[in-house]
Design a protein around this ligand. Structure first.
Ligand code: HEM
Length: 358
């Protein structure tokens, strides 16, 4: 009996000890969590005071790194101090110098038109047509021209719009224009790169420089000074056309690659990478825009009958002889350059008896 009482007693003691220790742990935990809550409150309190304080903003402006849950590079830095250098280089140097270069190029072609005048053919056209650009060539050229020019206009709006459009437009319209320019630029940029690669693969072979081009440059293309009207020898492309082609490939590739860096900021690019890409992109695009002002001038106004080839695919025999004599000699006897060739092919395609060609 005494043994049974002893057993009951020790069971009671154990239960009591257990209950007591558990309640102590629970109250300790409760105390601990109130401590953490209090600590959290004081941190928040401090931060709120800090956010409002001048010291906090001074540290932010000095580029001091803080804490963020984002793991991307530099996300802890709210204001990047070296970014000021980029801002000055872009806004105070490249932007005004670029505007100067563009207006300078426009002034030069205007001067060339007024002083030198368009390069006229020295003999009348014969009417005989020589095939120069295929349908694919022309499609490629005009797609590239459209893409390039619209990218140039949207890009120039992004850089200069705030100076000449924003002050004169209602805010909503300005906002819409700049948003549209940005979206257009972002999405069409990669298409420019694809077209550039097509231009590279299609025309690189005929754009390799040779000694004929060196002599063409020495005579300044027969366009100015004592050489004016001399028509230095040239193959399919002359030295000037080859130069503009390689300018497009070189600076076009730089503009496209730097554009990709800006378009897809998902490869851990830092702000420095983005700033450098922005400057390189702007620089190469400005060079291209200036270069193509001269190209477009020659195509539209500077050389009689040059545009015919890029519109119809054919040029007059006189133009071919005067501007690309070596090429003319190579192709003049080809069947497709004989009078009546197209009509003959058309008639054959329709199953009609072929017409006599001269
Ligand atoms: C209104 C705008 C343009 C006009 C009127 C124009 C006109 C022409 C003409 C007439 C040719 C043929 C020259 C020849 O037969 O020898 C040509 C060739 C070419 N154009 Fe354009 N073009 C324009 C814009 C552009 C643009 C924006 C680009 C590129 C960004 C471009 C790139 C080229 C290239 C790569 C060639 C072939 C190179 C060569 O001459 O062999 N063009 N263009």
């Amino acid at each position: 009996m005494t043994k049974r009482i002893q057993q009951w007693f020790s069971l009671l003691i154990t239960a009591f000890v257990l209950t007591f220790s558990l309640s102590v742990t629970a109250s300790e935990e409760a105390n601990q969590s109130t401590d953490i809550e209090r600590l959290g409150e004081s941190v928040v309190q401090k931060e709120i005071v800090g956010f409002a304080g001048a010291d906090y903003w001074r540290m932010v402006k000095d580029g001091q790194e803080g804490y963020t849950t984002s793991k991307s590079p530099e996300h802890g830095v709210l204001i990047s101090v070296p970014g000021q250098t980029w801002y000055v280089l872009k806004e105070k140097w490249m932007s005004p110098l670029g505007a100067l270069a563009i207006f300078g190029s426009l002034a030069m072609v205007t001067l060339a038109y007024v002083v030198v005048g368009p390069l006229k053919l020295s003999k009348p056209k014969t009417g005989r047509k020589i095939k120069r650009w295929s349908r694919l060539d022309r499609a490629l050229h005009w797609s590239m021209a459209f893409t390039f020019l619209t990218l140039a206009f949207s890009g120039l709006t992004l850089v200069y719009g705030k100076h000449f459009l924003k002050p004169i437009l209602p805010t909503e319209l300005w906002g819409w224009i700049i948003y549209a320019a940005k979206q257009y630029h972002n999405y069409i940029g990669p298409i420019f790169f694809i077209l550039l690669m097509a231009v590279l693969f299609k025309w690189w072979r005929k754009s390799i420089f040779n000694m004929v081009d060196v002599r063409w440059f020495m005579k300044m293309g027969g366009m100015v000074g004592k050489h004016k009207g001399t028509h230095p020898s040239a193959g399919f492309s002359n030295g000037g056309e080859k130069a503009i082609y390689w300018l497009l490939i070189f600076f076009g590739a730089i503009a496209a690659v730097s554009g990709f860096v800006l378009d897809f900021p998902i490869f851990e690019q830092t702000r420095r990478d983005m700033e450098l890409s922005n400057l390189v992109h702007m620089f190469s695009a400005l060079i291209l825009i200036c270069g193509f002002i001269f190209h477009i001038y020659i195509g539209l106004f500077g050389m009689e009958a040059a545009l015919d080839g890029m519109i119809t695919g054919e040029v007059d025999e006189t133009w071919a002889k005067e501007h690309h004599d070596l090429w003319y000699e190579e192709v003049k006897d080809l069947p497709e350059n004989q009078p009546g060739y197209d009509e003959k092919v058309e008639a054959e395609a329709k199953g009609e008896p072929s017409q006599k060609t001269s």
